[in-house]
Ligand binder design. Sequence first.
Ligand code: C2E
Ligand code: CA
Ligand code: CA
Ligand code: CA
Length: 375
Amino acid sequence: VNDSYGHGTGDQLIRAVAAGLDVLIPKGAVLARIGGDEFAIAFLSDSENAAALQLAEQILDFLVEPLEIGRRVVVVGASIGIAMSSLGTIGREELVRRSDLAMYKAKEAGRARMMLYDPSMDADREQRNALELDLRIAIESGDLTLAYQPLIDASTHAITGVEALVRWNRPGHGPVSPELFIPIAETSGLIESLGLFVLRKACETAKQWPDLNVSVNVSPGQFRNPAFADYVRYVLKQTEIETGRITLEITEGYMIQNPQRTRQSIERLKALGVKVALDDFGSGFSSIGYLRQFGFDRIKIDRSLVMGVNEDKRQREMLQATVALARSLDIPVTAEGIETEEQAIAMRLFGCDCLQGYLFGKPVTSDLITEMLNE
Ligand code: C2E
Ligand code: CA
Ligand code: CA
Ligand code: CA
């Protein structure tokens, strides 16, 4: 059960959900709260999957309606996993384990979904566990590396900075994309040590480029920790980097769920002298109204939006409006994912002062950045 407003899973909310479920479940079924915001329903049925699927659908339908909790209206979603057993063939614990696994699969697939257990989920889980283990070892033994992608001044085309991007060459498997292992680091508690490694390495490396800004990506899992700003201060001090050259890039997902805490965290980071950028803007919620209050130093327009610039008129207009909005707040704007000359020209025309993308340079080793600077 997920409370979309981030008010946490207060007991009132849990009781309201439980009451709703209680009405829905068939006679003789058992409804149990099995932890925090997780519920289990067990029942006997003479139909194969049909009864369970129907019940799951009814629960999702029930949760579509906002719940009234005191004077608050709360939208709640559920991810549902279903496992079946012919009487006695599968033990109780195994049944719970299977439905739990299916529930996690449903969660991964997006909000408000149900999923039937199937044995391939076990294989997936095993692969994922193996990956997680290797990742843990890689972080502990410092086997991750950083690539750096140039950030380009839109007018002069000079390199003004770099974005640090983590790279992992998994032994026996080859390179693994951060799009795959960052989410795993997030859910397995590895993100903080990974993030610290990246920040420290980026700050150390930045010292050889006194004229460049260095951007570092920050995951919601790091940002969520109230002590995050303390970590950052510690690393900045330890590496003796000029704080004004460091930009932390954060994405909007977390921010929308926790505007209050986000604002506080950003204030604390800015008090350290680092800059804070809003990453992937336009890719998700586009919480335009929020922007001003957070005090971002920069906004990065997501590649998915930039890609459409020469596609059709509507996409182009939307992109233009997005950049114009950011600029009306006096926030400088970077366009990421520039691959063609046309895109570069258009984004500059719209008012982006900074460009990034394969057209100007792919992410490369720090040595290659140094070479580029000496050219
Ligand atoms: P991002 O922060 O949006 O980073 C930009 C991604 O787009 C990078 O992918 C970059 O290589 C790619 N890219 C840049 N220019 C172009 C282009 O012109 N064309 C195309 N097709 N792609 C381009 P990468 O390195 O695979 O990273 C993917 C995502 O993983 C990043 O997206 C970021 O969200 C996350 N990530 C990467 N490194 C870190 C890190 O150190 N910490 C955290 N928390 N996340 C990271
Ligand atoms: Ca939950
Ligand atoms: Ca980024
Ligand atoms: Ca992006």
